[in-house]
Design a protein around this ligand. Structure first.
Ligand SMILES: [Zn+2]
Length: 833
């Protein structure tokens, strides 16, 4: 008892000691907002200090950490009454969306609407986190009667910084560059950020392309939180080039066809309100241009597909530091940028507060329409595969997005087969996964799964095709009939340990098998793989099947390591007790190749390489494959000892290095003496431009119209579109007898983002080619369509004892192009062995 009261005394005295007075950002920071950049931990500390000073209206929830260990959090601001019943408000909101087990209690009568403001997703678009502090202070300031009125109708959630690693990368760099006084000269050192810049996260991913795919820890943790709340309004804060004025809603065409009239209308209301404040101050802005609403993985579109009004606000400001001279002759300061973001934030809150009832009604209607099966012509989507890992990969993506999936009993139906492009009777490949469009997330399901996205305008900011069946390479049917989907999909197979005296077989049909291979090599197990099909014990095995034998592996516990890797990556190994096969090559045959040691892999990075492309590969090795990779700056290639490496990967980039004769000779020697060079996108194009043995196809189509040169000035954007391909899906025919394509059928769907294609190689293997009819879906300008025919997109060229692998497309685009990853692994481990 005595102890307890002492604890209580300590508790109370502690809370008195640490209770803080509410401070404005400038009181807390010691400088006025905009005078300096605030490092991320200070932004966090300010938010925490406000929560401590005003616990009756502010609550902080930590939702995770970044790769570099920085804190991710949201701050909830509500009236004292609402903060007390926060959980019931949240439940009620989710009930309106129908995503809870029991949605019966939902009511909009006394529910506040939820406005969520996300700041600084691009780390070097820095003004917004500064604005977030001012916005928070205004909302909680006891002298502010207006904000109290708003809080009667709203819950406001602020994420002060989505991308802390990127922000601090920029801020720390800038603070170390700037002198006593900011220099507005646009080319002053403080405005020229070094590679890779602060825009991206730790692995150089663009987090504003990752909302749906959730390949990054920041997105995974944030989306979990986001989907626990489902706000009615979401703003994503950005900056664009410093010569641009401010951009706010309404957005530009194209809009996805599922965007509702209300979602369009409310953008208009916000635009009017923002404009009135900007007009009062004489500030410039634009609306309805450039920023469209289509690609589903943005901070505006994703919330829209989840029933909110999602918007992007863009201040002019990238590179501008504390002050910069713009093309209008004005000096744009950080304070200006902060004030603009601050203004649109409050204007959005005000407009949302005024329209709270309508926001809730429309939000509920959105979900009612979702559940009623009104969304789209297809009522069910059915994936089918022999390989459970492929279905589990899709299931994971659907789960992350709250899209329900399961199994069907009725397998007699006709549907649109994505791969054949025809209506056909369903053919079960063995296992299946079904998605019904009678569900709360029918809109998002349709956006992600539909075979073709309808484009109201082809002038768009991003890729125009992302359909999951193509990206994941899984046979799928889109069915107009409503099929009953039981949400009981469970992983059927339990992987059992196999003890074998002679060896183990590991089927090679999904990315997981490549992960097993990487794991075995890393653990010094020698792995064989078959280059021809064979059968053992009455079962057929395809090319690429991994063979781990007792022989050659005397020095390691090969069986335990292989069994463990198979458990980890969910693949059933098969025990073999003899090297004699029923059919096909025996294990001693030269058609069974051996990988004697783990290849050492180097990846070109740094200046000249594309930070996104290098980052994707880095993250893939580091986080997914769990296999060592050495990152080397392109500028250090000349003095880098390639003799210690077997594989050199050159990601997309613009390489001076590849035009330098000494370096080129060095690379050729590396390949001739047994090395493998993997060149991706523009790196491959650059080799094609030099004399490496592959050539880019030229555009030979001639415009026969004699007035073709007479173009109308006003049509210039449209004319340019004929040669544009922002991202469309093409069918690549694969030679799957080549190790580069092991584990695949004889085709692969690629995301084409440029019109580059190579002439068929005469001295080498044209493993992936486009023939006449490769185009599947997405926008591809007429000139591009006519060019993307009869050429190679994946080639392997043997040179001396080594080889070069050319990849015209990015096989791991934004890491969501799941089906490219196995090809990439094949390039690293199998091709050119
Ligand atoms: Zn941005």
């Amino acid at each position: 008892m005595k102890q307890l009261s002492l604890a209580l005394v300590l508790f109370f005295s502690g809370s008195i000691l640490f209770a803080q007075e509410l401070q404005s950002p400038s009181q807390f920071l010691g400088y006025s907002v905009g005078a300096k950049y605030t490092r991320h931990h200070r932004v966090v500390e300010y938010f925490k200090s406000v929560a401590q000073a005003k616990p009756e209206i502010v609550k902080i929830e930590k939702y995770g950490e970044t790769n570099e260990g920085r804190e991710l959090l949201i701050t909830i601001i509500a009236s004292p009454e609402n903060l007390k019943r926060l959980e019931s408000i949240r439940h009620n909101n989710l009930s309106m969306a129908g995503v809870l087990k029991d949605n019966s209690a939902e009511s909009i009568a006394d529910a506040p609407a939820i406005v969520w403001l996300s700041y600084n997703v691009h780390g070097n678009e820095t003004s917004s986190s500064e604005a977030a502090m001012l916005t928070l202070y205004t909302l909680v300031d006891p002298k502010n009667a207006t904000s109290k009125e708003w809080l009667k109708n709203l819950i406001i959630i602020i994420d002060p910084c989505i991308n802390p690693d990127g922000r601090d990368r920029y801020v720390n760099w800038f603070n170390s560059m700037v002198g006593m006084h900011a220099n507005p000269e646009p080319l002053a050192r403080e405005h020229v950020e070094p590679w890779p810049g602060g825009r991206s996260n730790h692995y150089n991913f663009d987090l504003n392309r990752d909302w749906a795919w959730q390949t990054q820890v920041e997105s995974q943790q944030r989306l979990k939180k986001y989907n626990e709340w489902l706000p009615q309004v979401h703003v994503d804060y950005h900056e664009q080039g410093f010569d641009q004025p401010y951009y706010f809603a309404p957005a530009a065409e194209p809009y996805h066809e599922l965007i509702t009239q209300w979602q369009r209308d409310f953008q208009g209301l916000i635009g009017k309100s923002n404009a009135s404040y900007f007009d009062k101050n004489g500030w410039l802005f634009f609306t309805k241009e450039r920023f469209d609403l289509l690609y589903p993985s943005y901070g505006d579109t994703y919330p829209i597909y989840k029933g909110a009004i999602g918007m992007t606000f863009e201040q002019g400001g990238i590179r501008s530091g504390l002050a910069i001279l713009n093309k209008n002759g004005d000096t744009l300061t950080l304070t200006d940028r902060v004030m603009h973001h601050y203004t649109t934030g409050l204007s959005t809150i005000e407009t949302s507060a005024k329209n709270q009832q309508r926001l809730l009604k429309e939000f509920r209607q959105f979900y009612t329409d979702n559940k009623s099966g009104k969304i789209g012509d297809y009522k069910t989507y059915v994936f089918t595969s022999k390989d459970e890992n492929k279905l589990l990969a899709v299931k994971k993506l659907l789960d992350q997005n709250g899209i329900e999936s399961g199994t069907i009993n009725n397998k007699k139906f006709i549907g649109y087969n994505y791969f054949s492009g025809k209506e056909e009777s369903f053919v079960d490949e063995g296992l299946h996964l079904a998605v019904s469009s009678y569900q709360s997330n029918a809109v998002l399901a349709k956006v992600l799964l539909e075979p073709k996205t309808k484009l109201s305008d082809s002038n768009t900011y991003d890729i125009t095709a992302w359909s999951i069946p193509f990206a994941y390479g899984i046979k799928t049917y889109a069915v107009k009939e409503k099929l009953d989907v039981n949400t009981d999909f469970k992983s059927a197979s339990v992987i059992t340990m196999q003890s074998a005296n002679y060896g183990l077989l590991i089927p090679y049909t999904s990315l997981n098998a490549a992960k097993v291979l990487a794991n075995l090599l890393k653990n010094n197990v020698k792995v064989r793989y078959t280059t021809l099909p064979f059968s053992y014990n009455g079962k057929e095995y395809d090319r690429g099947t991994l063979v781990v034998l007792k022989t050659s592996n005397a020095s390691v516990n090969w069986s335990a390591i292989a069994n463990e890797a198979c458990q980890k990556y969910h693949i059933q190994p098969v025990a073999v007790e003899t090297g004699l096969m029923d059919k096909g090559a025996d294990f001693g045959s030269p058609d069974i190749r051996i990988i004697n040691s783990a290849p050492k892999v180097a990846l070109i990075s740094g200046e000249q390489s594309s930070s996104l492309s290098a980052g994707e590969i880095w993250q893939f090795f580091d986080q997914q494959l769990d296999y060592p990779v050495t990152l080397v700056n392109a500028t250090d290639l000349g003095r880098f000892n390639l003799k210690n490496y077997q594989v050199l990967i050159v990601p997309d980039g613009t390489y001076k290095t590849l035009t330098d004769k000494t370096t080129t000779d060095k690379l050729k020697d590396f390949v001739k003496s047994g090395g493998k060079l993997i060149a991706i996108e523009s790196a491959a194009d650059q080799l094609a431009g030099a004399d490496w043995g592959i050539k880019l196809k030229e555009d030979k189509t001639e415009d026969k119209n004699e007035y073709a040169a007479l173009k109308k000035f006003a049509d210039q954007e449209r004319t340019a579109l004929t040669g544009s391909i922002p991202g469309a899906i093409y069918k690549v025919e694969l030679d799957n007898t080549h190790p580069l394509a092991f584990g695949y059928p004889d085709f692969y769907y690629t995301l084409k983002r440029d019109s580059n294609i190579y002439e068929f190689m005469k001295e080498g293997w044209n493993v992936g080619v486009l023939k006449k009819e490769g185009y599947i879906t997405g926008f591809s300008g007429v000139k591009v369509k006519s060019k993307l025919k009869d050429g190679t997109v994946l080639g392997v060229q043997p040179i001396g004892a080594g080889s070069v692998v050319y990849m015209a497309d990015n096989l791991m685009f934004r890491q969501f192009w799941e089906n490219g990853k196995l090809l990439f692994c094949n390039a690293v481990f199998l091709a050119g062995q």
